[in-house]
Design a protein around this ligand. Structure first.
Ligand code: WTA
Length: 655
């Protein structure tokens, strides 16, 4: 590949080739190997995926048909039978990996624990029996609201083992947000902990679950299981609440994995969209198992001696796919860390890498930016020489952070994989393969084999090189979401109709803006809908607006994102008040707290601006585009002729 000349808005033209020592040992060793795989998969996706399903996974029964595509509904490995917990655990027990570390856990206060594959298997079997003991059956849903402790992964695997679907809710969400998700998923049991450590404080998780379940507001839930983590006092309700350790001591450690249909529900994970309540993204068993397995293997180039660490929380898709299922299916050693980057311990990530000799490290741009701010002296004071590969996910990474990551953390020797994907895609879609694809800082590079990614206009036509457009996928893939839980129409509308189907050809609409350069490299620009990406967390403007409007003082609210150095984007809310209320600092604080109460601390607005009125079109739609420009302090661009009342904008400008 020759040195490209990129006319990029980023003016980024550096190209980094993988070192030959890296490539020689890698699973995919050269650009030619990648291209061969890509072309093979493109020519016949079904053969490509079927070959991998055959060689990489254990099946109790082989499928009859690789893909049944009734657009936009896909079924993969039809009538195949497997169990993802079997693939993550049992199949390793008959090999030397039996006594290999499966999970290395590091708690925020400095406690740690290692579970071998045999030990993890035992705990999972016990907990699966505990769930059964409480009446959980195949097809039921189990809510998981946990800190980053091994029991979170154990609970997920135990659900999968008996064929119950899990729905993990991030521990930073409020009781209200938890309740909505438990109601939508009709969870039967909730698994939680007394508390978890987050930035030197205890998050009272059990108390939040109590609030969520208060007054019978989630009628489907009949039991709660509580892990003793932090040890503070909690109220156990006699007929409903059980201690994890007590249940575990009462049940057998024998629990065969239930043969599941390839298309049986594996989990629901809620994610923000531009309108309405969060969507329950549905993932099923066979396709998800295969897709997370093979992406983990090739992208993180896992070798059997590697210690692999992904810093995500299991409450997000990254934790599901790349802390739990992908690595364990590969028989890897996966690290789980309870702590977050925090001022009181500015070297915390680097300590974990040094202590456990981490070889492959996967984190988010927002964490990288936070560590850049804390100073180079912290990573420099640690031995990071074990690292051989770095990854990033969650939002576009700016080239300067990329270079810092490469130099200061990677010592200039580690390839970086910038991985683009979504809750909906199940696994990584656009990324470098580290031994094969040269990287450009800020670009996620090329699509994974089997992924027919494209940049298109709203008619579905591919746009030219370096032209902006919408990120889209042309062909179904095994890890794709199957539907929105309980709302197939929303699934169709959200993902498959923005680009009108043509001649029976359906195109997946990702909701991101992107362009491809002359080498075919993808540059992802961020969301094109009303989704804000705050510190790598997806939040719908609508959810935050609804939270604000639920406060008695608020008449109308419009929420937009503005660029933020550390978090990527910051939430700015424009609010009009009900007649009897007037703006004050106290009210401002109260409104911010109200959003935290309704959704969680991740949704706290950075700024709230009181306004007399919001700019609207004649048909009554709030013109968020104008508010975005106002919030960012840039000149208002684009057409304002559809504004109903131009003076509103003037007032906001002056205000
Ligand atoms: C953004 C997280 C640029 C994007 C796995 C996407 C990225 C949304 C990248 C999904 C990346 C994720 N470069 N943007 N490498 N990775 N995004 O569902 O806007 O929490 O649509 O999944 O994050 O966020 P989600």
């Amino acid at each position: 590949m020759s040195q490209p000349t990129i006319e990029s808005i980023l003016h980024e033209n550096r190209l980094f080739h993988p070192a030959s020592e890296f490539s020689e040992k890698a699973h995919i060793k050269s650009l030619e190997d990648y291209q061969r795989l890509y072309e093979k998969a493109k020519a016949d996706p079904q053969v490509f995926w079927a070959d991998l399903a055959e060689t990489e996974l254990h099946w109790f029964q082989k499928w009859d048909k690789v893909l049944d595509w009734q657009p936009p509904f896909a079924e993969w490995f039809v009538n195949g039978k497997l169990n993802i917990s079997y693939n993550c655990l049992d199949r390793h027990l008959t090999t030397w990996r039996r006594n290999k570390a499966a999970l290395i856990w590091e708690g925020e206060p400095g406690d740690s624990r290692t579970l071998t594959y045999a030990q993890l298997h035992r705990e999972v079997c016990q907990f699966a029996n505990a769930l059964k003991h409480l009446g959980v059956q195949k097809g039921d849903r189990v809510g998981i609201y946990m800190p980053m402790i091994p029991e979170a992964a154990i609970a997920m695997l135990a659900c999968a083992r008996i064929g119950a679907a899990h729905t993990v809710v991030f521990g930073g969400f409020s009781a209200e947000a938890l309740r909505d998700r438990l109601v939508d998923g009709e969870a039967k049991v909730v698994v939680t902990a007394d508390g978890g450590w987050r930035k030197d404080a205890i998050v009272p998780l059990k108390e939040q679950v109590d609030k969520a379940l208060a007054n019978g507001s989630v009628p489907s839930v009949s039991a709660m299981i509580v892990v003793k983590r932090t040890g503070q006092d909690v109220q156990m309700q006699g007929d409903r609440d059980y201690w994890w350790h007590e249940l575990q001591s009462q049940v057998s450690a024998h629990c065969p994995a239930e043969p599941m249909d390839s298309e049986d529900l594996l989990f629901i994970l809620y994610t923000s969209g531009s309108t309405g309540k969060p969507k329950g993204v549905v993932h099923t068993t066979g396709g998800y198992n295969l897709y997370t397995h093979i992406t983990t293997k090739w992208i993180f180039d896992l070798q059997d001696t590697d210690v692999y660490w992904c810093t995500a929380d299991v409450g997000w898709i990254t934790g599901h796919s790349y802390i739990v299922y992908g690595p364990l299916s590969n028989g890897a050693t996966t690290v789980m860390y309870e702590g977050a980057p925090r001022a009181s311990n500015p070297g915390c990530f680097w300590d974990v890498i040094e202590k456990h000799g981490v070889n492959v490290f996967y984190t988010a741009p927002t964490a990288i930016r936070a560590f850049i701010k804390m100073g180079d002296e912290h990573p420099k004071a640690r031995d990071l020489s074990s690292l051989r590969l770095l990854g990033t996910v969650g939002e576009p990474i700016n080239p300067e952070s990329w270079i810092w990551y490469q130099q200061i953390i990677g010592g200039g020797r580690c390839p970086i994989v910038d991985t683009w994907w979504q809750t909906e895609t199940g696994g990584i879609m656009i990324t470098a393969l580290p031994g094969a694809i040269p990287t450009k800082p800020g670009s996620a590079t090329l699509p994974f084999p089997g992924i027919l990614a494209d940049v298109v206009d709203l008619d579905g036509n591919s746009v030219g090189a370096n032209e902006g457009g919408y990120l889209a996928v042309r062909h179904p893939w095994p890890g794709m979401l199957r539907t929105v839980y309980g709302d197939p129409d929303r699934f169709r509308r959200t993902y498959w109709e923005h680009i009108p189907p043509k001649d029976g050809q359906y195109t997946y609409f990702a909701g991101d803006g992107a362009r491809r350069d002359e080498d075919g490299y993808f540059w992802v620009m961020g969301r094109v809908d009303d989704v804000i990406n705050v510190a790598g967390h997806r939040l719908g403007t609508m959810e935050i607006e609804s939270a604000l409007v639920s406060h008695p003082a608020v008449a109308e609210a419009a929420v937009v994102g503005k660029p933020d150095e550390l978090k990527g984007q910051e939430i700015v809310a424009f609010v009009t008040l009900e007649g009897t209320y007037s703006s004050s600092d106290a009210l401002l604080k109260e409104l911010k707290q109200h959003v935290v109460q309704e959704i969680g601390a991740i949704a706290r607005p950075g700024e709230i601006r009181f306004a007399d009125a919001l700019p609207k079109t004649r048909s009554g739609k709030i013109m968020r585009r104008l508010l975005r420009d106002l919030a960012s302090g840039v000149e208002i661009s684009g057409d304002t002729s559809t504004l109903e009342d131009r003076s509103v904008l003037e007032k906001l400008r002056q205000g």
